[in-house]
Design a binder for this molecule. Sequence first.
Ligand SMILES: Nc1ncnc2c1ncn2[C@@H]1O[C@H](COP(=O)(O)OP(=O)(O)OP(=O)(O)O)[C@@H](O)[C@H]1O
Ligand SMILES: [Mg+2]
Length: 260
Amino acid sequence: MAFQKDGGIQKVLQDIFLQIQHGQWITILGHNGSGKSTLAKVLTGIVEPSYGVVNRDLHGPVQMVFQNPDAQIVGETVSEDILFGLENYNFPLDQCQERVAKALQQVGLSGYEQVPVGILSGGQKQLLCLASAIAVDPHVIILDEATSMLDPASRQRIRAVMKEWHSLGKTIVWLTQDMEEVVLGQVVVVLSEGRLAYQGTPRQFFYAPLSNQMSACRMLNFKPPFVVEVVEYLRKDGLAMAVEDLPIKPEELSKVVTRR
Ligand SMILES: Nc1ncnc2c1ncn2[C@@H]1O[C@H](COP(=O)(O)OP(=O)(O)OP(=O)(O)O)[C@@H](O)[C@H]1O
Ligand SMILES: [Mg+2]
């Protein structure tokens, strides 16, 4: 993928070979400017790569939640915004109000139906964009740092909605800088200066095979989640476990600590 810049051409994505399976939950990590949003737009087809091929073998609608909610909101009021999206998919009218209400309830914006979008806070706008995406019940959802402005409770709520959704066989592509979101996925991919710098499971990403080695996460300059930091200390202090058994979630850490 290349863009015109300063009279020249800047390659923003290159040598990307990535397969996303139906029903997979994949996290795409990358520092600012690494190419995440561009990759998200290539995946949805908003921009086509200047060379290379994208095969989209889709089984249903794709929804993307953009990094900047203002770029996505089209309605005058909250419910109008969600209805716009539904109209694009020709849902029967009698189903629409029900879908609006359900989506707003899922993101925690019930009662906001008639609120003008202009007075929503940044976080509320993000929640509205998430509601608009969920309302369509897409097969694939691509979230581009879609929780970056949310408070911890809203973040937790969105994670719970996504977990439930994934259990129904949906595909989730979550572009994020939030390491707590990485542990939710099955696969983590790291972009660095437009190239694939890592592909593996979250556990392999967070832990090197040996305790005296640096993890891919550390090597690529990311700060792991709190649980992983604790386990890094435990490993230095003698915790000997195979990587596939090392905890990355609080409930997994609890099992290890209580067993010792
Ligand atoms: N339309 C465009 N024209 C020119 N350059 C662009 C365009 N869109 C993106 N870029 C450049 O491509 C690179 C990657 O941008 P991108 O927005 O994909 O990064 P990102 O990983 O999403 O960053 P962030 O974490 O800050 O959102 C940047 O150097 C950016 O300046
Ligand atoms: Mg971005």
